[in-house]
Design a protein around this ligand. Structure first.
Ligand code: HEM
Length: 406
Protein backbone atom coordinates (compact mmCIF):
# COMPACT_ATOMS: atom_id res chain seq x y z
CA UNK A 1 0.00 0.00 0.00
CA UNK A 2 1.22 3.53 -0.74
CA UNK A 3 1.41 5.95 2.11
CA UNK A 4 1.06 8.93 -0.23
CA UNK A 5 2.66 11.11 2.39
CA UNK A 6 4.30 13.86 0.38
CA UNK A 7 6.54 16.65 1.57
CA UNK A 8 4.69 18.91 -0.86
CA UNK A 9 2.03 21.19 0.55
CA UNK A 10 -0.59 23.21 -1.26
CA UNK A 11 0.28 25.95 1.24
CA UNK A 12 3.33 26.76 -0.90
CA UNK A 13 0.85 28.31 -3.37
CA UNK A 14 0.68 31.27 -0.99
CA UNK A 15 4.31 32.28 -1.59
CA UNK A 16 4.37 35.38 -3.77
CA UNK A 17 6.88 33.78 -6.15
CA UNK A 18 4.72 30.69 -6.53
CA UNK A 19 1.61 32.78 -7.21
CA UNK A 20 3.17 34.12 -10.41
CA UNK A 21 3.95 30.55 -11.52
CA UNK A 22 0.94 28.90 -9.89
CA UNK A 23 0.11 26.58 -12.78
CA UNK A 24 3.69 25.27 -13.01
CA UNK A 25 3.47 24.55 -9.30
CA UNK A 26 0.21 22.63 -9.82
CA UNK A 27 1.84 20.74 -12.69
CA UNK A 28 4.62 19.63 -10.32
CA UNK A 29 2.06 18.52 -7.73
CA UNK A 30 -0.05 16.68 -10.32
CA UNK A 31 2.92 14.90 -11.89
CA UNK A 32 4.03 13.69 -8.45
CA UNK A 33 0.52 12.48 -7.53
CA UNK A 34 -2.95 13.67 -8.48
CA UNK A 35 -4.37 12.87 -5.03
CA UNK A 36 -2.10 13.18 -2.00
CA UNK A 37 -2.26 13.75 1.72
CA UNK A 38 -1.09 17.23 2.74
CA UNK A 39 -0.04 17.01 6.39
CA UNK A 40 0.22 20.79 6.79
CA UNK A 41 -3.38 21.33 5.70
CA UNK A 42 -4.58 18.08 7.24
CA UNK A 43 -6.41 17.30 4.01
CA UNK A 44 -6.21 15.34 0.78
CA UNK A 45 -5.39 17.43 -2.27
CA UNK A 46 -6.89 16.50 -5.66
CA UNK A 47 -5.37 18.09 -8.75
CA UNK A 48 -6.60 16.09 -11.75
CA UNK A 49 -9.76 16.87 -13.72
CA UNK A 50 -10.99 13.29 -13.32
CA UNK A 51 -10.72 13.21 -9.53
CA UNK A 52 -11.94 16.79 -8.98
CA UNK A 53 -15.05 16.39 -11.12
CA UNK A 54 -15.92 12.94 -9.82
CA UNK A 55 -15.55 13.89 -6.14
CA UNK A 56 -17.41 17.23 -6.54
CA UNK A 57 -20.66 15.49 -7.44
CA UNK A 58 -20.13 12.31 -5.40
CA UNK A 59 -22.83 11.82 -2.71
CA UNK A 60 -20.32 9.94 -0.53
CA UNK A 61 -18.87 13.35 0.24
CA UNK A 62 -20.48 16.13 2.25
CA UNK A 63 -20.27 19.89 1.66
CA UNK A 64 -20.95 20.67 5.30
CA UNK A 65 -18.20 23.01 6.36
CA UNK A 66 -18.55 22.81 10.16
CA UNK A 67 -19.78 19.31 11.09
CA UNK A 68 -19.19 20.09 14.76
CA UNK A 69 -20.11 23.69 15.58
CA UNK A 70 -19.02 23.10 19.18
CA UNK A 71 -15.43 22.61 18.01
CA UNK A 72 -15.37 26.00 16.26
CA UNK A 73 -13.73 28.88 18.14
CA UNK A 74 -16.07 31.10 20.11
CA UNK A 75 -15.27 34.08 17.87
CA UNK A 76 -16.04 32.22 14.66
CA UNK A 77 -19.10 30.31 15.92
CA UNK A 78 -21.73 32.96 15.09
CA UNK A 79 -20.47 33.09 11.49
CA UNK A 80 -20.24 29.28 11.29
CA UNK A 81 -23.88 28.98 12.41
CA UNK A 82 -25.03 31.20 9.54
CA UNK A 83 -22.80 29.53 6.95
CA UNK A 84 -24.23 26.17 8.01
CA UNK A 85 -27.65 27.29 6.79
CA UNK A 86 -26.38 28.27 3.36
CA UNK A 87 -26.92 25.98 0.38
CA UNK A 88 -23.22 25.94 -0.48
CA UNK A 89 -22.46 24.25 2.83
CA UNK A 90 -25.50 21.93 2.93
CA UNK A 91 -26.22 18.45 1.64
CA UNK A 92 -29.35 16.87 0.19
CA UNK A 93 -32.20 17.11 1.05
CA UNK A 94 -31.64 20.55 2.70
CA UNK A 95 -29.48 21.64 -0.20
CA UNK A 96 -32.14 21.26 -2.88
CA UNK A 97 -34.76 22.98 -0.72
CA UNK A 98 -32.48 25.97 -0.10
CA UNK A 99 -31.39 26.16 -3.72
CA UNK A 100 -35.02 26.19 -4.86
CA UNK A 101 -35.66 29.31 -2.74
CA UNK A 102 -33.44 31.43 -4.94
CA UNK A 103 -32.86 29.63 -8.19
CA UNK A 104 -35.73 31.25 -10.08
CA UNK A 105 -33.90 34.57 -10.04
CA UNK A 106 -30.81 33.08 -11.71
CA UNK A 107 -32.03 31.20 -14.75
CA UNK A 108 -30.33 32.30 -17.99
CA UNK A 109 -33.61 33.87 -19.06
CA UNK A 110 -34.03 35.86 -15.83
CA UNK A 111 -30.42 36.97 -16.02
CA UNK A 112 -30.64 38.05 -19.68
CA UNK A 113 -33.00 40.84 -18.62
CA UNK A 114 -30.06 42.37 -16.74
CA UNK A 115 -27.93 42.88 -19.86
CA UNK A 116 -28.87 46.54 -20.39
CA UNK A 117 -28.27 47.36 -16.76
CA UNK A 118 -24.83 45.68 -16.85
CA UNK A 119 -23.89 47.44 -20.12
CA UNK A 120 -25.01 50.76 -18.66
CA UNK A 121 -22.89 50.31 -15.53
CA UNK A 122 -19.81 49.29 -17.56
CA UNK A 123 -20.31 52.13 -20.03
CA UNK A 124 -20.46 54.63 -17.18
CA UNK A 125 -17.15 53.41 -15.73
CA UNK A 126 -15.39 53.38 -19.11
CA UNK A 127 -16.69 56.79 -20.10
CA UNK A 128 -15.33 58.21 -16.85
CA UNK A 129 -11.88 56.70 -17.40
CA UNK A 130 -11.65 57.20 -21.20
CA UNK A 131 -10.30 60.78 -21.27
CA UNK A 132 -7.64 60.03 -18.62
CA UNK A 133 -5.89 57.22 -20.54
CA UNK A 134 -5.54 55.22 -17.32
CA UNK A 135 -7.63 52.69 -15.44
CA UNK A 136 -7.19 50.31 -12.52
CA UNK A 137 -9.38 47.54 -13.88
CA UNK A 138 -9.70 45.88 -10.46
CA UNK A 139 -10.49 48.93 -8.31
CA UNK A 140 -12.58 50.88 -10.80
CA UNK A 141 -14.37 48.17 -12.78
CA UNK A 142 -14.07 44.62 -11.45
CA UNK A 143 -14.81 45.52 -7.80
CA UNK A 144 -17.78 47.84 -8.12
CA UNK A 145 -19.59 46.13 -11.02
CA UNK A 146 -20.66 42.78 -9.48
CA UNK A 147 -21.75 44.51 -6.29
CA UNK A 148 -23.79 47.03 -8.28
CA UNK A 149 -25.56 44.25 -10.14
CA UNK A 150 -26.27 42.01 -7.14
CA UNK A 151 -27.50 45.07 -5.22
CA UNK A 152 -29.74 45.94 -8.17
CA UNK A 153 -31.13 42.42 -8.06
CA UNK A 154 -31.87 42.80 -4.37
CA UNK A 155 -33.09 46.36 -4.94
CA UNK A 156 -30.70 47.75 -2.30
CA UNK A 157 -30.89 51.56 -2.08
CA UNK A 158 -27.78 53.31 -3.44
CA UNK A 159 -26.76 54.83 -0.11
CA UNK A 160 -26.62 51.44 1.63
CA UNK A 161 -24.31 49.74 -0.86
CA UNK A 162 -20.93 50.77 0.58
CA UNK A 163 -21.94 49.25 3.93
CA UNK A 164 -22.80 45.92 2.29
CA UNK A 165 -19.45 45.86 0.60
CA UNK A 166 -17.64 46.63 3.85
CA UNK A 167 -19.41 43.71 5.56
CA UNK A 168 -18.81 41.33 2.69
CA UNK A 169 -15.02 41.76 2.65
CA UNK A 170 -14.20 40.41 6.16
CA UNK A 171 -16.60 37.49 5.65
CA UNK A 172 -15.04 36.56 2.30
CA UNK A 173 -11.58 36.87 3.88
CA UNK A 174 -12.59 34.54 6.73
CA UNK A 175 -14.05 31.96 4.34
CA UNK A 176 -10.99 32.11 2.11
CA UNK A 177 -8.37 31.87 4.84
CA UNK A 178 -6.77 28.68 6.04
CA UNK A 179 -5.63 30.22 9.34
CA UNK A 180 -7.80 32.72 11.13
CA UNK A 181 -6.92 34.65 14.25
CA UNK A 182 -9.49 35.62 16.88
CA UNK A 183 -9.76 39.24 15.69
CA UNK A 184 -10.47 38.26 12.08
CA UNK A 185 -13.00 35.68 13.24
CA UNK A 186 -14.77 38.18 15.46
CA UNK A 187 -14.81 40.81 12.69
CA UNK A 188 -16.27 38.30 10.22
CA UNK A 189 -18.96 37.16 12.70
CA UNK A 190 -19.93 40.76 13.44
CA UNK A 191 -20.07 41.65 9.76
CA UNK A 192 -22.35 38.70 9.09
CA UNK A 193 -24.66 39.73 11.95
CA UNK A 194 -24.87 43.25 10.52
CA UNK A 195 -25.51 41.99 7.00
CA UNK A 196 -28.35 39.74 8.20
CA UNK A 197 -29.91 42.54 10.25
CA UNK A 198 -29.73 44.77 7.21
CA UNK A 199 -31.30 42.17 4.89
CA UNK A 200 -34.07 41.50 7.41
CA UNK A 201 -34.89 45.20 7.51
CA UNK A 202 -34.73 45.42 3.70
CA UNK A 203 -37.16 42.55 3.20
CA UNK A 204 -39.63 43.51 5.91
CA UNK A 205 -39.58 47.30 5.84
CA UNK A 206 -42.82 48.86 4.72
CA UNK A 207 -41.19 52.23 4.04
CA UNK A 208 -39.69 51.53 0.64
CA UNK A 209 -41.69 48.89 -1.22
CA UNK A 210 -39.59 46.71 -3.55
CA UNK A 211 -39.40 47.47 -7.25
CA UNK A 212 -41.54 44.94 -9.14
CA UNK A 213 -39.91 41.79 -10.64
CA UNK A 214 -36.77 42.07 -8.54
CA UNK A 215 -35.36 39.34 -6.35
CA UNK A 216 -36.31 41.53 -3.41
CA UNK A 217 -39.93 41.53 -4.53
CA UNK A 218 -39.83 37.74 -4.81
CA UNK A 219 -38.30 37.39 -1.35
CA UNK A 220 -40.51 39.97 0.33
CA UNK A 221 -43.49 37.74 -0.32
CA UNK A 222 -41.80 35.17 1.89
CA UNK A 223 -41.31 37.50 4.85
CA UNK A 224 -44.54 36.06 6.26
CA UNK A 225 -43.03 32.56 6.51
CA UNK A 226 -41.96 31.05 9.82
CA UNK A 227 -39.02 32.62 11.61
CA UNK A 228 -36.88 29.60 10.95
CA UNK A 229 -37.58 29.65 7.21
CA UNK A 230 -37.05 33.36 7.05
CA UNK A 231 -33.69 33.09 8.81
CA UNK A 232 -32.67 30.49 6.27
CA UNK A 233 -33.68 32.77 3.45
CA UNK A 234 -31.64 35.62 4.91
CA UNK A 235 -28.58 33.39 5.31
CA UNK A 236 -28.85 32.45 1.64
CA UNK A 237 -29.31 36.07 0.54
CA UNK A 238 -26.07 36.80 2.38
CA UNK A 239 -24.48 33.95 0.41
CA UNK A 240 -25.51 35.61 -2.85
CA UNK A 241 -23.90 38.86 -1.81
CA UNK A 242 -20.66 37.18 -0.82
CA UNK A 243 -20.47 34.49 -3.53
CA UNK A 244 -21.40 36.85 -6.31
CA UNK A 245 -19.00 39.59 -5.38
CA UNK A 246 -15.38 38.61 -4.99
CA UNK A 247 -15.58 35.73 -7.49
CA UNK A 248 -16.79 37.90 -10.35
CA UNK A 249 -14.31 40.63 -9.42
CA UNK A 250 -11.49 38.14 -9.76
CA UNK A 251 -12.88 36.77 -12.99
CA UNK A 252 -12.87 40.20 -14.63
CA UNK A 253 -9.37 41.00 -13.35
CA UNK A 254 -7.87 37.63 -14.32
CA UNK A 255 -9.54 37.66 -17.74
CA UNK A 256 -8.29 41.18 -18.47
CA UNK A 257 -4.75 40.24 -17.41
CA UNK A 258 -4.77 37.14 -19.62
CA UNK A 259 -5.85 39.24 -22.62
CA UNK A 260 -3.21 41.89 -21.90
CA UNK A 261 -0.59 39.15 -21.83
CA UNK A 262 -1.93 37.59 -25.06
CA UNK A 263 -2.35 40.50 -27.48
CA UNK A 264 -2.98 38.17 -30.43
CA UNK A 265 -5.88 36.54 -28.63
CA UNK A 266 -7.22 40.00 -27.78
CA UNK A 267 -6.95 41.04 -31.44
CA UNK A 268 -8.77 37.93 -32.51
CA UNK A 269 -11.65 38.83 -30.17
CA UNK A 270 -11.76 42.41 -31.42
CA UNK A 271 -12.20 41.08 -34.95
CA UNK A 272 -14.61 38.31 -33.95
CA UNK A 273 -16.85 39.38 -31.10
CA UNK A 274 -18.95 36.27 -31.84
CA UNK A 275 -16.16 34.35 -30.04
CA UNK A 276 -16.76 36.24 -26.77
CA UNK A 277 -18.97 33.60 -25.12
CA UNK A 278 -16.34 30.92 -25.92
CA UNK A 279 -13.62 33.30 -24.68
CA UNK A 280 -15.47 33.72 -21.37
CA UNK A 281 -15.36 29.93 -20.83
CA UNK A 282 -11.73 29.66 -21.87
CA UNK A 283 -10.68 32.55 -19.63
CA UNK A 284 -12.52 30.96 -16.70
CA UNK A 285 -10.61 27.76 -17.36
CA UNK A 286 -7.30 29.50 -17.94
CA UNK A 287 -7.16 31.42 -14.64
CA UNK A 288 -10.02 30.33 -12.39
CA UNK A 289 -11.26 32.80 -9.74
CA UNK A 290 -12.23 29.98 -7.36
CA UNK A 291 -9.33 27.59 -6.93
CA UNK A 292 -10.66 25.20 -4.31
CA UNK A 293 -13.77 23.29 -3.36
CA UNK A 294 -14.00 21.46 -0.06
CA UNK A 295 -15.59 18.06 0.48
CA UNK A 296 -15.58 15.78 3.53
CA UNK A 297 -15.88 11.98 3.47
CA UNK A 298 -19.14 10.88 5.10
CA UNK A 299 -17.68 7.44 5.81
CA UNK A 300 -14.54 5.45 4.99
CA UNK A 301 -14.35 5.30 1.24
CA UNK A 302 -12.15 4.69 -1.76
CA UNK A 303 -11.38 7.56 -4.12
CA UNK A 304 -9.24 6.87 -7.18
CA UNK A 305 -7.61 3.96 -5.39
CA UNK A 306 -6.85 5.83 -2.15
CA UNK A 307 -8.47 5.06 1.19
CA UNK A 308 -10.13 8.17 2.57
CA UNK A 309 -11.18 7.92 6.21
CA UNK A 310 -14.56 9.12 7.49
CA UNK A 311 -14.40 12.85 8.27
CA UNK A 312 -11.28 13.56 6.23
CA UNK A 313 -11.32 16.61 4.00
CA UNK A 314 -10.51 16.52 0.29
CA UNK A 315 -9.60 19.84 -1.29
CA UNK A 316 -10.55 19.80 -4.95
CA UNK A 317 -8.23 22.17 -6.78
CA UNK A 318 -10.39 23.44 -9.67
CA UNK A 319 -7.54 25.64 -10.87
CA UNK A 320 -5.30 22.59 -11.31
CA UNK A 321 -8.06 20.45 -12.85
CA UNK A 322 -8.62 23.17 -15.43
CA UNK A 323 -4.99 22.87 -16.54
CA UNK A 324 -4.93 19.08 -16.60
CA UNK A 325 -3.50 17.93 -19.96
CA UNK A 326 -5.60 14.76 -19.74
CA UNK A 327 -8.74 16.93 -20.05
CA UNK A 328 -7.42 19.87 -22.08
CA UNK A 329 -4.68 19.28 -24.66
CA UNK A 330 -1.98 22.00 -24.41
CA UNK A 331 -3.63 23.27 -21.23
CA UNK A 332 -1.36 26.32 -20.87
CA UNK A 333 -2.39 27.71 -24.25
CA UNK A 334 -5.22 30.24 -24.30
CA UNK A 335 -7.39 29.05 -27.18
CA UNK A 336 -10.89 30.40 -27.75
CA UNK A 337 -11.65 27.66 -30.23
CA UNK A 338 -11.10 24.70 -27.94
CA UNK A 339 -13.61 22.01 -28.76
CA UNK A 340 -13.94 20.82 -25.16
CA UNK A 341 -15.06 23.31 -22.56
CA UNK A 342 -15.83 21.09 -19.59
CA UNK A 343 -13.95 23.27 -17.15
CA UNK A 344 -14.79 23.12 -13.46
CA UNK A 345 -14.41 26.84 -12.69
CA UNK A 346 -18.08 26.90 -11.64
CA UNK A 347 -17.81 23.57 -9.86
CA UNK A 348 -19.55 20.37 -10.84
CA UNK A 349 -22.62 18.43 -9.73
CA UNK A 350 -25.47 19.59 -7.48
CA UNK A 351 -23.61 22.64 -6.18
CA UNK A 352 -22.76 23.91 -9.66
CA UNK A 353 -22.58 27.70 -9.37
CA UNK A 354 -26.05 29.20 -9.12
CA UNK A 355 -24.75 32.53 -10.42
CA UNK A 356 -22.97 31.10 -13.49
CA UNK A 357 -25.31 32.72 -16.04
CA UNK A 358 -24.95 36.08 -14.33
CA UNK A 359 -21.15 35.83 -14.06
CA UNK A 360 -20.90 34.82 -17.73
CA UNK A 361 -23.03 37.74 -18.81
CA UNK A 362 -21.05 40.24 -16.74
CA UNK A 363 -17.82 38.82 -18.14
CA UNK A 364 -19.03 39.01 -21.73
CA UNK A 365 -20.23 42.59 -21.42
CA UNK A 366 -16.99 43.73 -19.76
CA UNK A 367 -14.73 42.01 -22.31
CA UNK A 368 -16.57 43.46 -25.25
CA UNK A 369 -16.50 46.96 -23.76
CA UNK A 370 -12.79 46.82 -22.87
CA UNK A 371 -11.78 45.47 -26.27
CA UNK A 372 -13.89 47.74 -28.43
CA UNK A 373 -13.92 50.97 -26.43
CA UNK A 374 -10.26 51.09 -25.33
CA UNK A 375 -8.48 49.43 -28.27
CA UNK A 376 -4.81 49.91 -27.39
CA UNK A 377 -5.13 48.80 -23.78
CA UNK A 378 -1.76 47.81 -22.27
CA UNK A 379 -0.27 47.04 -18.85
CA UNK A 380 0.78 50.21 -17.09
CA UNK A 381 4.24 49.00 -16.07
CA UNK A 382 3.27 48.20 -12.47
CA UNK A 383 3.46 44.45 -11.83
CA UNK A 384 0.03 42.95 -11.21
CA UNK A 385 -0.34 41.87 -7.60
CA UNK A 386 -2.10 38.69 -6.45
CA UNK A 387 -4.28 38.53 -3.38
CA UNK A 388 -2.91 36.12 -0.76
CA UNK A 389 -5.42 33.28 -0.67
CA UNK A 390 -5.59 29.57 -1.42
CA UNK A 391 -9.29 29.70 -2.17
CA UNK A 392 -9.56 32.69 -4.45
CA UNK A 393 -7.24 33.64 -7.27
CA UNK A 394 -7.39 37.32 -8.02
CA UNK A 395 -5.54 40.58 -8.37
CA UNK A 396 -5.47 43.39 -5.85
CA UNK A 397 -4.96 45.88 -8.69
CA UNK A 398 -4.52 45.90 -12.47
CA UNK A 399 -3.31 49.19 -13.83
CA UNK A 400 -3.66 49.74 -17.56
CA UNK A 401 -2.95 52.61 -19.94
CA UNK A 402 -4.48 53.48 -23.31
CA UNK A 403 -4.71 56.38 -25.72
CA UNK A 404 -7.24 58.77 -24.15
CA UNK A 405 -10.62 58.70 -25.85
CA UNK A 406 -12.69 61.92 -25.78
C1 HEM B 1 -21.33 27.90 -6.11
C2 HEM B 1 -17.65 29.70 -8.70
C3 HEM B 1 -20.16 33.81 -9.48
C4 HEM B 1 -23.55 32.25 -6.42
C5 HEM B 1 -20.13 28.03 -6.79
C6 HEM B 1 -19.13 26.98 -6.91
C7 HEM B 1 -18.09 27.51 -7.61
C8 HEM B 1 -18.44 28.87 -7.96
C9 HEM B 1 -16.79 26.80 -7.96
C10 HEM B 1 -19.26 25.56 -6.38
C11 HEM B 1 -18.67 25.39 -5.01
C12 HEM B 1 -18.73 23.97 -4.50
O1 HEM B 1 -19.26 23.06 -5.15
O2 HEM B 1 -18.22 23.73 -3.39
C13 HEM B 1 -18.03 30.97 -9.13
C14 HEM B 1 -17.24 31.79 -10.04
C15 HEM B 1 -17.94 32.95 -10.26
C16 HEM B 1 -19.17 32.84 -9.50
C17 HEM B 1 -15.87 31.39 -10.61
C18 HEM B 1 -17.60 34.12 -11.12
C19 HEM B 1 -16.92 34.04 -12.24
C20 HEM B 1 -21.31 33.74 -8.75
C21 HEM B 1 -22.37 34.73 -8.73
C22 HEM B 1 -23.30 34.30 -7.84
C23 HEM B 1 -22.86 33.02 -7.32
C24 HEM B 1 -22.38 36.00 -9.55
C25 HEM B 1 -24.62 34.91 -7.39
C26 HEM B 1 -25.07 36.04 -7.64
C27 HEM B 1 -23.22 30.96 -6.08
C28 HEM B 1 -24.03 30.14 -5.18
C29 HEM B 1 -23.39 28.89 -5.09
C30 HEM B 1 -22.20 28.97 -5.94
C31 HEM B 1 -25.31 30.57 -4.49
C32 HEM B 1 -23.83 27.69 -4.27
C33 HEM B 1 -24.66 26.78 -5.11
C34 HEM B 1 -25.07 25.52 -4.40
O3 HEM B 1 -24.53 25.20 -3.33
O4 HEM B 1 -25.97 24.84 -4.91
N1 HEM B 1 -19.70 29.16 -7.46
N2 HEM B 1 -19.17 31.64 -8.82
N3 HEM B 1 -21.65 32.71 -7.90
N4 HEM B 1 -22.14 30.22 -6.51
FE1 HEM B 1 -20.72 30.88 -7.76
Amino acid sequence: MHTHASPASLLSALRPRTQERLYDFYKELRSADDLFWDPRLDAWIATSHAVVSSAAGDPRFSSVRYPDIGAVSEELRPLARVLSRQMLYSDAPDHSRLRALLSRAFTPRAVATLRDRISGAVEEIITRAAPTGRLDIVAELARPLPLTIICDLLDVPEQDRPALSSWSDPIAAAIGSSRLDADDSRAASQSMARMLAYLRELLTSQDSPPAPHTLRALLTTRAESTDQDFDELLANCALLLIAGHETTTHFIGNAALALLRHPQAADQLRRRTDLIPAAVEELLRYDSPVQLMLRRARHDLDLAGRSIAAGQVVLLVCGAANRDPAAFPDPDVLDFQRPDRRHVAFGYGPHFCLGAALARLEGAVVLEALLTRLPDLRLDGIAPQWQRSLNFRGLTRLNVAFTPVF
